[in-house]
Each structure stands twice: as C-alpha cells, then as structure tokens.
Design a protein. Structure first.
Ligand code: 5AD
Ligand code: SF4
Length: 427
C-alpha cells in the first residue's frame, strides 16, 4: 500500500513541476513514507530521518518531509521530536502537498493530518516506481473499519472507502498496454470492497471479474483478505478465470479462538478452518499464505500451541510472522496487558518461524517434477545467466535465461528447490 501511496504522491508533485530522482545528492526534498504497524518500523524511520539531518547541514535548501501512517499517528509531536522534519502529511492529505511545500520554502513548517471519508486518489495516475515494468500494484480501497484490537491502521488510515471501479479498470488497462503483465489489487480488506452503481451494488468478486476480463494475458492478484468475509462466491470467481492467480493470502493472526476474541478478529479457529477447506474445495491448486502474531496479550502456552497446530493443519505455503508490538491508542494498549515476557515472545516467534520453514520446504518439494507457467520478472540476483519469475501460486522460480525476457510467460518444469525458491528448466 505504501508503494502505491508513494507513486500517488510522486504523481501529485509531478503535476506541480517536481521531478523524482533516485540520487539523494541531487534532491532538494526527501519524503519518507512511513509505516506505524510495529514499533520497530517507527524506530527505523527515526534513524533514517536523523541521517537526513546530516545532509541538511551540508545543503540548507534541503527539506525533509514525513508522510504516511507515522505522520498521522504523531502529528505535531513529530515536528517537536524530530527537529530535522519540515513537513508532516497524513495519508489523506497528499493533495495538499504542493501548498504545504510552499510554506516550507518560505521557512515555515508544514502539517496536514486531516483524515477523509472520501479520498481515494481515484483520478490520479500513479507514477510507477517499480523496477521490472512487469508487475504493479493498483489500490482499490483505503482505510479499515475492522478495529482489530492490536492494530493502528483504522486510526492512521481512517475509515474504509472504495475506489470508483471505472478508474481501477482504466488504470489497470493502461498498465497492460504499457507492457505490465501482473497487477495486485490492494486494500486493507479487499473483500469488503463495495461500489454503488445506481441501484446495483458492485462487490469485490464482480470487480475482480471485470479486471480479469481486461486481458487473459494479465495476471491478477489481490491482498489482503479478511477471513470473516472470504466468501464462496469469490472463490468461485477465482476458479473461473485462469488469469486470476491461485494464491490466497488469508491472515490468521492466531490459531486460538480465545486469542482471536481478544484480538477482536470476529472469527473463530473453526470458522477459519472452514474457510481453508472452502479454498481447498474450490481452488485445489491454490497456495495459501498467512500472517501470524506471536505473544499477543495474555497468550498462554496452550494458546500458542494452537497456533502451531493450526499452521501445521493448514500447511501454509508462506507466512509473514511477527512478535506482538503494543501500539499506542489501540484497544489492546488501553484495555489489555502486554504481559507475555519478551523472551517468551521471542521463543514463540522462533517456534513459529521454524515450523513455517519446514512447511515452506514441504510445499516446494511437492512442486518438484511439476510444470508451471511462470511470468518472467527479471534477471536472477545470483546469476546473470538465469531469470526469475513467479508461478500463479506466487512461488519464485529461477531458471536458465534462453531467449526469454521480462514480461514473457514460460513453461517451467521444477527440478529442485530450497525453502524459498523453486529451480527449474524451460520446457
Ligand atoms: N504487532 C505485531 N504485528 C502486527 N500486525 C498488525 N499490527 C501488529 C502489532 N501491533 C501484523 C498483522 C497484520 C500485518 C500487516 O501486521 O499480522 O496482518
Ligand atoms: Fe489492522 Fe485488522 Fe484492519 Fe488488518 S483488518 S488493517 S489487522 S484493523
């Protein structure tokens, strides 16, 4: 989501005669797009901002702005605490950037952290900052209404709102015409996408079908889904279109119903398992990935074991795994005790990571001997003679170059694997 936001910001500033540069020593302005989801993300941003402070000492016309969730969460405090910062702009105020920058140029500090109920930046054509020109992101909604008890997002990105489907289809079509072959439709909770067209309600599965119909050569992914509204209708639509990728990311967070209830996730272990079974039924070839949080408030050893057993049962192909990090002003910070000792959190996270490494390897080993259609994304980092790309299941494959180039589809037979990568030959 932050990549898309940076691309939107670049577009707004380009319209006002600013130019993007990749060279820091050429820049007069650095905007740091920030995430507040865990405390360590914020600490890294602070270190970065202080580094920019040194550049400011050398070049007095150099300005530093903080945009995104940390700007929204900390507001004026950020200007007070980080004296290097000239500009603080929240996720719904990017259109105000040119005006705020004028204030900064005249020697003042600029700040706008107003949240909006409508802003989707739907009309703005993002300036693409990806490197491969094959895969890209398209934001379809902003904000979140779920208020999971541990999460800052509803506070920093505001209420949920969906983007006009016409602009989504137009942007995606343009990407395809420019040579892109994969888009990921993005939102905090894409399956609650909804758009009223007259009396008709356009839900996420309909939008997905529309995007899939742009061209069969365009792969479409989406993230993130919430287990409470991962419907059979959506799974049926994915099954119908071969270019809708066979990869479902379904964050579980915990395998224990009592922890899920404290997290205010609004589903139980049983409901989640039933949804996994539905995915297996409609999409037997799909990969399934997840997010897991270790050591949430009050988590007992038994509750932790339930997370491990659910992971094993689901046989996840991939997972993002985190230690619980208390975030100010969330329900959990205000009403629940962050009482799992740090060393216990670390140990539990390590157990989760270890289990997932085993599951990831098992999942890849099952692919050896199979042939997959791979979308070529670029040259392998390790070897100039090899390319890398992804299967529909979102697994990275490395294979000899031949005469292929980024953006091509190749049929690749898998010959070997590690827990992170498949290795194969073009057939
Ligand atoms: N602590 C740790 N992980 C968190 N996430 C969200 N909030 C927190 C937090 N306070 C994780 C969840 C979410 C992912 C984007 O980040 O797993 O799905
Ligand atoms: Fe945060 Fe929950 Fe919304 Fe995801 S669904 S952004 S975890 S509040």
């Amino acid at each position: 989501m932050n990549v898309v936001d940076s691309e939107v910001v670049a577009a707004i500033l380009q319209q006002h005669n600013y130019q993007v540069t990749e060279k820091l020593d050429e820049a007069d302005l650095v905007l740091v797009n920030t995430c507040s989801i865990r405390d360590n993300a914020e600490q890294r941003v602070r270190t970065r901002i202080r580094e920019f402070g040194r550049l400011k000492e050398k070049n007095h016309s150099f300005s530093v702005g903080v945009i995104g969730c940390m700007a929204e969460r900390l507001k004026e405090k950020l200007l007070e605490e980080e004296t290097t910062v000239d500009l603080v702009v929240g996720p719904d105020a990017y259109r105000d950037l040119p005006a705020l920058l004028q204030e900064v140029e005249s020697g003042q500090k600029g700040i706008n952290t107003l949240l909006s109920l409508e802003e989707t930046y739907g009309d703005i054509r993002p300036v693409r900052m990806d490197r491969n020109h094959v895969t890209s992101f398209v934001a379809i909604m902003r904000g979140c209404n779920n208020f999971c008890s541990y999460c800052v997002v509803p506070g920093t990105r505001g209420r949920e709102r969906s983007r006009d489907p016409e602009t989504i289809v137009r942007e995606t079509t343009e990407l395809f015409e420019q040579g892109y072959r994969e888009v990921t439709l993005l939102g905090q909770n894409v399956n609650s996408y909804r758009w009223k067209e007259g009396k008709q309600l356009l839900k996420f599965e309909k939008l997905l079908a529309r995007v899939a119909e742009i061209d069969p050569q365009l792969r479409v992914r989406f993230a993130t889904s919430h287990p409470k509204d991962m419907s059979d209708q959506l799974l049926k639509v994915i099954a119908k279109y071969p270019n809708l990728c066979q990869a479902i990311h379904l964050p579980v967070q915990s395998g224990s119903s009592s922890v899920l209830s404290r997290m205010k996730r609004r589903y139980t272990r049983e409901h989640y398992m039933e949804r996994i079974q539905a995915i297996r039924k409609y999409l037997p070839k799909a990969s399934i990935s997840t997010d897991v949080i270790a050591g949430f408030c009050g988590e007992t050893e038994e509750e932790h074991q339930q997370t491990l057993s659910l992971m094993e049962w689901a046989g996840y192909d991939f997972a993002y795994m985190f230690k619980y990090s208390e975030r100010p002003e969330t329900f959990a910070a205000e009403k629940l005790a962050d009482d799992v000792p740090e060393e216990v959190k670390s140990r539990r996270l390590n157990e989760i990571i270890e289990l997932q490494s085993k599951l990831s390897l098992q999942s890849k080993e099952l692919d050896v001997g199979q042939t997959y259609e791979v979308l070529v994304e670029g040259t392998s980092k390790k070897s100039g003679d090899h390319l890398y790309g992804r299967t529909s299941q979102n697994k990275v494959v490395v294979f000899p170059k031949g005469s292929l180039k980024p953006g091509d589809y190749a049929s690749v037979t898998i010959t070997d694997c590690t827990s992170a990568t498949l290795i194969g030959n073009v057939v």
